[in-house]
Design a protein around this ligand. Structure first.
Ligand code: SF4
Length: 362
């Protein structure tokens, strides 16, 4: 149903409190409404029986309750497991489209969440970057994705639920920090629907230095992943032109050293191996040098081919050599399994189905 009323799901808790006070209601009503919206998943104000009839009517005249609407979902067929990776296409209240991914593994069910419609960073290997930035998602839209993905799990197996979140979908989360913090706080609120531990939430960034500093000092217990992809400044600029120029490696290393010293939590350095570009032993040596100055682990990932892009994944043998060099240098290295390649749901692939008209421009 289309409505011209503002969407209450887009209000932060603070804005909700201000709204209640402006309506002559006590501030705690905001917390009650917030819980109905974000934990009980109320579909209408009528359901909020804890509120007086008058307030429910007032709210219904002032606001709509609109959540992201699932348009379609696809299952990956390349995983021989009970829960194959799933990608969902969601429509937002202004008809913008975003994608989110459900990633299964033996002991967890991870939701890969988008934080922006598009992305301004234009990384050369990424389909989302080709869209440009349309807008940030509200905190309500971010949590709405989590509910939509969780509904897919419970539809198949009632009682099962998401266990982990990664902000690694469309967009750069640390260009939308206020809203991702609000969404994380909601999803991690004790006694709310998900009650997730913040330790199960990972924020993935290309290295937005001031926001990494902010998260580091905030006391949040979330994990941080930094997409590095090259420890050579020039090479990084060719792969990630906007981010690498704005946040040079030298300052990034210093920031990550401060971050890990404050939080005591290792940073995950994400490194996507691209054949003939960043996969030589010289590249491994630079990566080892970069990573030695702070508490971290390195996560090597394979490139997933995207239509009209010339990048190629490395062979298993080349990846093993690269890994061995890092391990011999005393670093903790993991290799991330790639999920969802058959549905274009793997790293850097989101947006290829959302923006079909852009495919010619990729
Ligand atoms: S890799 Fe991340 S930061 Fe770079 S363009 Fe894609 S979504 Fe944006």
């Amino acid at each position: 149903m289309t409505t011209s009323l503002p969407n209450i799901m887009d209000l932060s808790l603070k804005e909700l409190q201000q709204t209640m006070i402006s309506k002559g209601e006590p501030g705690f009503r905001a917390s009650q409404i917030h819980q109905w919206l974000f934990s009980h998943h109320a579909q209408s104000f009528e359901n909020m029986t804890i509120l007086s009839l008058g307030l429910r009517q007032k709210l219904a005249e002032t606001f709509a309750i609109t959540r992201p609407e699932m348009i379609e979902h696809h299952e990956s067929i390349d995983e021989a497991c009970d829960y194959p990776a799933k990608k969902i296409l969601l429509k937002l209240s202004d008809n913008s489209l975003i994608e989110s991914v459900l990633i299964p593994s033996t002991d967890r069910m991870t939701a890969c969440i988008s934080s922006q419609v598009g992305c301004p960073f234009q990384c050369s290997f990424c389909a989302t970057g080709k869209m440009g930035l349309r807008r940030n998602l509200s905190a309500g839209e971010i949590t709405g994705q989590v509910y939509a993905l969780n509904n897919l799990i419970t539809a198949k197996e009632p009682g099962h639920t998401l266990t982990n979140l990664v902000f690694m979908g469309m967009g750069e989360p640390l260009l939308n920090t206020d809203n991702i913090i609000e969404a994380i706080e909601t999803l991690c609120t004790r006694n709310y629907r998900f009650s997730l531990s913040q330790k199960r939430v990972t924020i993935s960034t290309v290295g937005v230095i001031p926001e990494i500093q902010r998260i580091g000092k905030s006391g949040m217990k979330t994990k941080l992943a930094v997409s590095l992809h090259s420890a050579d400044q020039q090479k990084r600029e060719s792969l990630m032109p906007v981010a690498a120029r704005q946040y040079p490696l030298k300052e990034l290393a210093k920031t990550l050293a401060e971050y890990s010293a404050i939080t005591g939590v290792p940073v995950t350095i994400v490194y996507m191996l691209l054949k003939g570009i960043n996969d030589s032993l010289e590249d491994a040596k630079l990566l080892a040098r970069f990573s030695r100055s702070f508490l971290c682990k390195i996560n090597l990932i394979d490139y997933n081919s995207i239509i009209n892009m010339s990048f190629r994944p490395v062979s298993n043998a080349a990846r093993d050599l690269f890994r061995e060099y890092l391990v011999d240098a005393g670093l903790h290295v993991t290799i991330r399994k790639s999920y969802g390649t058959t549905i274009n749901a793997a790293c850097g692939q989101l947006a290829t189905t959302v923006m079909p008209l852009n495919r010619n421009n990729l």
